[in-house]
Write a protein that binds this ligand. Structure first.
Ligand code: TXA
Ligand code: MG
Length: 325
């Protein structure tokens, strides 16, 4: 099977109706989507991605009114969060209804729901009578794709179609949240920052990097997740023997205080804009792999706002080095 790329969401719907998996654009990263209510289709997601079955999938819905179809005992605060941030990069962990197959939730009693903010994918969802299970469309542990071409580069021949929505606007995955009473727990930092949540929900207690309570540690939490093939080293820890490195990634081009003329230089942002930094991160890591860079220094982003999620991905991408894999 050779993989087609295009903007024909009706064709994407046809493939999905046949229990196939399809690459879909979202504002965060591209997903590998299939009918969330079909065990046959969901099994294919795990096979194509080479993903272990113990890692549950996010279910993508077309609207807030879908929440009660797939989740039960939904806290009012969860609905308020959805009203404020959907469609958008916010995933809610809720108590699952039995209509969601155990395969999707890895046997757990919670389901992750999100309404993505991408026009084509929303059109696709509106063609379908069921929601879409979709993990990021990258092989297990590799960097997430932020363009249709990224998906094609790795999944060509394994899926029939990639719906092309251009470059992802946010560029890093959704913020995963669990809600209890007036407490908001962030399980994975992502496209909606803590600051943004606090601004809109000032009276809620916010807990950063909360444990997931899943039975096993899932790859999103694995140290070496999101790893490129090149080895990444934080600049602050490796300021000596600079010549051993092939390249350096700085956070900001303007106002950059360092200068390392002997190696190739990349920047995540022009002047420190967090949105620009998150949009560029995964594409740059892929570019380094394509350019066969082996040892790359990087500068941490300022650890506020979306910088927290960017640094989380940089930490995981560089952890491969420590695990020696
Ligand atoms: O932005 C995103 O969230 C993208 C796009 C495609 O929507 N999706 C994404 O999916 O990042 P994935 O599979 O790469 O990451 C989903 C994370 C995993 O770490 C998984 O363990 C966690 O969500 N997750 C899913 N269901 C969960 C649950 N019931 N409880 C806790 N964590 C859950
Ligand atoms: Mg992923």
């Amino acid at each position: 099977m050779s993989t087609l790329i295009g903007t024909d969401y009706k064709y994407a719907a046809e493939c999905i109706n046949r229990d196939e998996t399809v690459g879909i654009p979202t504002e965060t990263v591209y997903g590998l989507a299939a009918n969330a209510l079909s065990e046959i289709a969901v099994t294919k997601i795990f096979e194509v991605k080479n993903r272990p079955f113990f890692d549950p999938l996010i279910v993508h819905v077309k609207g807030i009114s879908e929440i009660d179809k797939y989740a039960t005992d939904v806290p009012i605060l969860a609905k308020e969060l959805a009203e404020r941030f959907w469609p958008g990069p916010l995933t809610l962990i809720l108590k699952k209804r039995s209509i969601i197959p155990d395969l999707v939730t890895s046997g757990g009693d919670t389901v992750a729901l999100r309404m993505p903010n991408n026009e084509l994918t929303l059109k696709l969802l509106n063609e379908l009578p069921f929601p879409l299970a979709a993990p990021s469309a990258n092989p297990f542990t590799y960097v997430s794709p932020t363009s249709a071409q990224h998906v094609f580069d790795q999944l060509n021949g394994k899926i029939p179609y990639i719906l092309d929505g251009g470059m992802c606007e946010v560029g890093i995955e959704s913020t995963i949240i669990r809600v209890t009473d007036q407490k908001i727990e962030i399980l994975r930092p992502g496209g909606i920052s803590q600051e943004e949540i606090k601004t809109h929900f000032p009276f809620c207690e916010l807990i950063e990097f909360a444990p997931t309570h899943l039975k096993t540690i899932v790859p999103g939490q694995l140290e070496h997740h999101y790893s490129p093939f090149c080895k990444l080293f934080p600049l602050n820890e490796f300021s000596e023997n600079i010549d051993e490195f092939d390249a350096v990634i700085f956070w900001e081009k303007e106002n950059n205080q360092f200068n390392i003329p002997s190696i190739q230089t990349f920047y995540l942002t022009q002047n420190g804009d967090f949105g620009e930094g998150s949009r560029n991160l995964f594409a740059l890591l892929r570019k380094l792999d394509k350019g066969s860079f082996k040892k790359v220094l990087f500068e941490w982003a300022p650890n506020t706002n979306l910088g927290v999620a960017i640094n989380d991905r940089l930490k995981r991408a560089s952890a491969k080095r420590q695990m020696n894999i």
